[in-house]
Design a protein around this ligand. Sequence first.
Ligand SMILES: [Fe+2]
Length: 303
Amino acid sequence: MPLHLPALPRRRFLHQAIAGATACFAGGPLRAAARPRVDPDFWALLSDTHIAADPAQLARGINMADRLGRVVTEILAEGSRPAGALVDGDLSLNTGESGDYATLARLLSPLREAGVPLWLALGNHDHRERFWAGVPESRRTAGDLADRQAAMIPGGRANWFVLDSLDRTNVTPGVLGPAQLRWLEGALDAHAGKSALVMVHHNPNSSGNKNGLTETEALMAILRPRRHVKAHFFGHSHRWSIERDASGIHLVNLPATAYPFDQKQPAGWVAARLADTHLDLELRALDSTHTEHGKKHRLTWRT
Ligand SMILES: [Fe+2]
């Protein structure tokens, strides 16, 4: 299981909504407290949040907590609620301290309170045990992958397969390991009747890159022949790009929510909307003047 923060029970939401409505009534018109409709085909995609225990901490001149807070507010301002939010690793600033994760959980809690479940992948700046210490209510599943947090998240039109490429904390390259690769093969084959979207923190080791996923070729050798695999998502490089593998798999590099390494790159999140034959992606850059902000990309599925 990737780290899972389930939506909070509706009873708690209703309690808060009633309290809010009462406040509204006291100061003006009573507003309806109903939740927006959940769109089962809408997913919010984030990566590289790099949250520190101290929400005031800066890195590269950026306040990461402020940025994540803005992203959460933007997601909740959508006309419909996403079926879920996926955060593709590097949750912590640098070394995966339990206090980093406690702050991260607080920043993400408005999503859970609004009924949005969260799944969190791990990156090279994360630490599994300290995550669980910092967010004790998160769920994990013991399985045959030892401590690796990988799982399928079932969806209506596509299933997500979220992998765990954290090898050693604060050591850059990523490793899946043979057991996780075998698990992925079996899980993909067991769900071959529905489109598959595969997410991992580390970007491919290609074009001379040695700091990405060590087993890039082994992973792609699993994905390419399974025609129901339509897209592969990754973060790590803090870049926004969409490319296509020769086999027709879409390769989506999610931007950082925190800070780009290249100042020309955007920071923000991606709105993903599934259809039977394609996926529509839209970058929501935190700088709304960025040339990529609001651009729509249709990723048509290979057959
Ligand atoms: Fe990162």
